[in-house]
Design a protein around this ligand. Structure first.
Ligand code: SAH
Ligand code: SF4
Ligand code: F3S
Length: 469
């Protein structure tokens, strides 16, 4: 049994990260035969992609996906620790599963993901949620077959605080047959003071360019239209490898595979180079869309957050990016960081007025145990009510600019990758190159194709269009 330890997880070693090829041990091959599984995912795209690997591993062991949780023989919760409400949702689900287990004794329950890396969570599960059969962390997805084999003997907890090897070749069951996530860099070394990710995901480790390109080529040959390169900070790609290449080199190589659409997420302003901007501008299959988290417009708060840029440096980068024709820029903003005054918040509003973002994810600061900002929070005097008021004001402004930007697309023709059927009859939905949601009349046959759509109406959160061809 290995228990998590956030203090250990903070350490960054110079240990070489070894690449290990995954292979399923023969003895685990039939464990899932005749059984079904259900995976519930919380959190970011990285977790979604981890779940695709978890499903891939389970299917290689004979398990079959079950669409209904209550009917599955195995239930796995892949959890997120980023904010209190993600944490509460997972515990809410664990409560529900307790009842299920009372009715259905044989159901096997596992928990993994970022919450598994937190000792407060694991302690609580051991004390109050004894119906959980096994727990594994973000660094050892590959242990799943072993845990499933052993859990009958004891509650099995295998969470490593140190990242260990970089595993290649995990099986994957992708949710989509036309768009795919590809990890390019794991972990994060930025240690923004509010954020739990550097503790739950470990040291920054890039995958080798050749392994990424191999994955892109395979996806392209399978007919995929879009790849999204994933990392907590994709702009730091390659730095840890010391092989002389970075994100701009990777983007060029990925674009040269001629896969129709290349996206990347998330960019940290600190690591954005001019060369990267040029590459985004010069390759038509690199989508003109950048998610550039601001977090706050106040230099004082940015400093307390450990973000490593000032508002004027952010603006300078933003202006350079805006020179890319038709680019869309979105952001993340936190309100109510400990010590944020009304004046600080007004600076965030000022920045939003300057950047006029295409859209934004906005959050009230949520203290995370073990992070430096959680200590600042103990002396925070701003009321929750005031924070909610700030969030409300900010969201109204963000929505105004979303509508403003969406309206600019009225009467233009956009290329849309169709993803599925809309809720409305005979309508489909998809995304523009700039990642805007479009609904339009069309049928099932369009799903997975890139089509031309004329925009006929613009709202804050979506566009309406008409198929052109
Ligand atoms: N790696 C990405 C973000 C990952 S988390 C980046 O650096 O931009 C996604 C967003 O969640 C962050 O951008 C931040 O706005 C928000 N977030 C992270 N920790 C938070 C916390 N403790 N409270 C509120 N929001 C938080
Ligand atoms: Fe968290 Fe900052 Fe790393 Fe993003 S860059 S994952 S916000 S520590
Ligand atoms: Fe959540 Fe972990 Fe992602 S904390 S946002 S699932 S990296």
């Amino acid at each position: 049994m290995h228990l998590p330890d956030l203090v250990k997880a903070r350490k960054r070693t110079n240990d070489e990260v070894k690449k290990v090829q995954y292979q399923l041990d023969k003895k685990y091959r039939n464990i899932g035969k005749g059984k079904t599984y259900y995976v519930k995912t919380y959190g970011c795209q990285m977790n979604e992609h981890d779940s695709e690997n978890i499903c891939g591993i389970l299917e290689s062991m004979g398990y079959v996906k079950n669409e209904i949780m209550e009917n599955a023989d195995l239930i796995i919760l892949n959890t997120c620790s980023i904010r209190e409400n993600a944490h509460n949702k997972a515990f809410g689900m664990l409560g529900r599963l307790k009842h299920l287990k009372e009715e259905k004794k044989d159901v096997v329950i596992g928990l993994c993901g970022c919450m598994a890396q937190e000792e407060v969570v694991v302690d609580e599960i051991l004390n109050k949620y004894k119906h959980v059969n096994f727990i594994f962390g973000t660094h050892n997805l590959y242990d799943l077959p072993k845990l499933l084999d052993e859990h009958k003997k004891k509650t099995n907890i295998e969470v490593f605080s140190c990242e260990g090897d970089l595993i290649e070749g995990l099986p994957v069951r992708r949710d989509s047959s036309f768009k795919a996530y590809i990890n390019i860099i794991y972990g994060c070394d930025k240690f923004c003071t509010y954020c739990i990710v550097p503790y739950t995901r470990g040291k920054q480790r890039s995958r080798l360019m050749e392994d990424i390109l191999h994955e892109v080529e395979e996806l392209k040959n399978d007919g995929y239209q879009e790849v999204t390169l994933l990392g907590q900070n994709v702009n730091a790609y390659g730095k840890d490898l010391g092989l002389g290449y970075d994100l701009s080199d990777l983007l060029i190589k990925v674009a040269e595979t001629k896969i129709p659409r290349v996206r990347f997420i998330t960019s940290h302003p600190w690591d954005f180079t001019d060369k990267m901007i040029d590459v985004i501008k010069n390759y038509p299959n690199i989508m003109p869309y950048v998610h550039l988290p601001l977090q706050s417009g106040s230099d004082k708060v940015l400093k307390l957050m450990g973000r490593r840029y000032t508002s004027s440096e952010y603006k300078e980068l933003f202006d350079k990016l805006k020179r890319i024709p038709n680019i869309a820029i979105t952001t993340d903003i936190i309100v109510g960081f400990p010590g944020e005054t009304k004046e600080d918040f007004d600076k965030t509003i000022e920045m939003v007025n300057y950047c006029k973002y295409d859209s934004a994810f906005t959050f009230i600061y949520s203290p995370r145990v073990g992070t430096p900002a959680a200590k600042l929070y103990e002396n925070d005097t701003t009321s929750q009510e005031e924070k909610e008021q700030r969030l409300y004001e900010l969201n109204n402004l963000i929505n105004e600019y979303s509508l403003f930007n969406n309206s600019k697309l009225l009467h233009t023709t956009q290329k849309v990758l169709v993803e599925g059927l809309s809720n409305k009859d005979e309508e489909v939905y998809g995304y523009t190159e700039t990642n805007k949601l479009v609904n339009f009349k069309g049928n099932q046959d369009l799903i997975g194709k890139i089509v031309k759509v004329k925009i006929i109406d613009a709202k804050s959160f979506s566009l309406d269009g008409e198929l052109v061809e």
